[in-house]
Design a protein around this ligand. Structure first.
Ligand SMILES: Cc1cc2nc3c(=O)[nH]c(=O)nc-3n(C[C@H](O)[C@H](O)[C@H](O)COP(=O)(O)OP(=O)(O)OC[C@H]3O[C@@H](n4cnc5c(N)ncnc54)[C@H](O)[C@@H]3O)c2cc1C
Length: 445
């Protein structure tokens, strides 16, 4: 196809103002001419629950591309180390970030709470592009866009008690794990995969774990008392450090029961068996965790991305990082379409490639990340667990450490290879989404 002067689309509706929807909006706002961007969200304001904090390479590259990485690194931080331990705190092995750069060119992991990220993205959207989120707009129907011959897509939503409609060239559902868009497209129960029996309680807790020699991220292996303690807000006063402490809980307990058990669990699992007056829980929430992926992320004019399309357990920080890899890739495809370098069949390629990445990388790695914590004897972990053995080897091998840090690049794919060669595509898009694969298959946060 010949590069066209007319953009192939003029408007996009984004359903869901979580981090993935807001990032897509900020990317779309850079296109010239800028398409009309409508963001609908059922909630009244941004979600502040304790969820993502750690982001891997694909996310870091996109944060840099949209110009928010410097602020994230100024207000967040880059961890120095991660390790695996037994419940008595004996260190099994770990990985240091000393071999990677700490400047803005570095793709090293960055810690920044997802609530702050959403806030930053909302602010940038408003100031750079005057795009405002339409809060209190719950999408409840898709009127058109799902059939191959539909020329536009229309969603139905409720706002202030009234039923309304909105039409655009494309709709992107970034409406999270309970996605309405996904249910409308595939039915209520059709989200292939499985849910873990184990429940997870995630907390943000002010506590002094430095006194026990804890590193920036610590994964504790135990059949019952498995947990992760990761520093999410460093402070010069060790008592003021905020840690994400996420631990496994028994199946079948209600939210009230889980919350009542929290002090007892902390006393059982944390070093020094702390009593409630020795820590301050700033935020807490129980989660069921799942490994699921839709059969297609593109149904004609309607796309599903990030949690709306696939879920994984949080150990290893692959959920939103994988979601942002979707967004980065989707934007690369939409940008190519907008510049007339490729037709919209690229969106089906996007769906196929991103799903393959989930099935071949995100699902197996995140599943082994959680199993590593509860499904093995901590005393035999180093003898039996190939990943821990590789980490052990890397302790003496800086090149292997560097390779491990690049493992997240495997989630990237260069979609410009499908574009017509004569056109010019933003080289940044290529950089943000086409890194080399490190050939290693484990990611740790
Ligand atoms: C404990 C925990 C820790 C985690 N840690 C990490 C980590 O360190 N690193 C990482 O990469 N990932 C992590 N994750 C995963 C990460 O938090 C999620 O992948 C991410 O928040 C999903 O973002 P999203 O934008 O796809 O969806 P969401 O943030 O869920 O946003 C969806 C939005 O859609 C809106 N919405 C829903 N239904 C409708 C509707 N019908 N109409 C309109 N709007 C609607 C909602 O109001 C919401 O604002 C973690 C998850 C958990 C639970």
């Amino acid at each position: 196809m010949a590069p066209s002067k007319q953009p192939s689309f003029n408007s996009v509706i984004i359903v869901g103002a979580g981090p993935s929807g807001l990032l897509l909006a900020l990317c779309l706002a850079t296109l010239d001419p800028r398409p009309e961007i409508t963001i609908l969200d059922a909630a009244e304001t941004l979600n502040r629950a304790p969820r993502a904090t750690h982001y891997g390479t694909p996310a870091i590259k996109l944060f840099r591309k949209v110009g928010i990485l410097a602020e994230m690194r100024r207000d967040g931080y880059m961890p120095r180390d991660v390790c695996w331990r037994k419940l008595d705190c004996t260190r099994i092995t770990g990985l240091s970030w000393d071999t990677v750069g700490k400047d803005l060119d570095s793709d090293a992991m960055t810690v920044y709470p997802v609530g702050d990220l959403a806030h930053l993205l909302e602010r940038e959207l408003r100031s750079r592009a005057d795009v405002k989120i339409r809060w209190g707009c719950k999408v409840s129907g898709i009127k058109s866009g799902l059939d191959a011959d539909d020329e536009t897509a229309t969603v139905e939503f409720e706002e202030g008690g009234e039923s309304k409609q909105c039409t655009a060239d494309y709709v992107v559902g970034t409406d999270g794990g309970n996605s309405t868009i996904r249910r409308l497209v595939f039915g209520k129960r059709n989200f292939p995969g499985h849910s873990w029996e184990e429940q997870i309680v995630a907390t943000n807790t002010e506590i002094d774990l430095d006194q026990f020699g804890f590193e920036d991220s610590n994964f504790i292996i135990h059949p019952v008392h498995f947990y992760m303690a990761a520093r999410i807000k460093p402070d010069l006063d060790p008592k003021k450090n905020v840690w994400r402490i996420s631990y496994g809980e028994l199946p079948g307990l209600s939210t009230e029961e889980l919350m009542e058990r929290l002090p007892m669990k902390f006393e059982q699992i944390l070093p020094g068996s702390p009593k409630p007056d020795e820590y301050c829980v700033l935020n807490k929430s129980p989660y069921r965790v799942h490994q699921r992926c839709v059969d297609s992320m593109r149904i004609n004019r309607v796309m599903l991305a990030a949690d709306a399309a696939h879920l994984c357990n949080p150990f290893g920080g692959m959920g939103l990082t994988g979601g942002i890899a979707d967004i980065s890739a989707l934007f690369q495809c939409l940008e190519g379409m907008h510049k007339g370098l490729v037709d919209d069949s690229i969106l089906s390629t996007w769906s196929d490639v991103q799903r393959k990445k989930w099935h071949e990388i995100i699902d197996p790695i995140s599943s082994s990340n959680i199993r590593r914590l509860f499904a093995q004897d901590p005393d035999k972990a180093l003898e039996q667990d190939g990943f821990l053995q590789m980490l052990k080897r890397s302790e003496e091998n800086a090149d292997l450490q560097k390779e491990l840090h690049k493992a997240g690049d495997q989630l990237l794919h260069d979609y410009t290879q499908y574009f017509q060669k004569s056109g010019t595509v933003d080289k940044q898009a290529n950089v943000a989404n086409g890194g080399e694969s490190a050939g290693l298959d484990e990611v740790a946060s």
